[in-house]
Design a protein around this ligand. Structure first.
Ligand code: ZN
Length: 55
């Protein structure tokens, strides 16, 4: 699983207790679950270009 990074400072994100958001360890920026989902999708799309295409 890819490590989520902050949009602002590229710091690592820590999931909040409620599981609905994640907070940046560095700048304290809060990222919602929906935002994290979008980020994950972006990561998958950008990395799938060079990875295997057996399917
Ligand atoms: Zn940050």
């Amino acid at each position: 699983m890819a490590l989520l990074k902050c949009d602002i400072c590229d710091g690592s994100l820590t999931m909040e207790m409620d599981g609905e958001s994640a907070k940046c360890d560095v700048c304290g920026m809060k990222h919602t679950k929906e935002r994290l989902k979008v980020k994950l999708k972006e990561t998958e799309n950008s990395s799938s270009d060079s990875s295997n295409s057996s399917f």
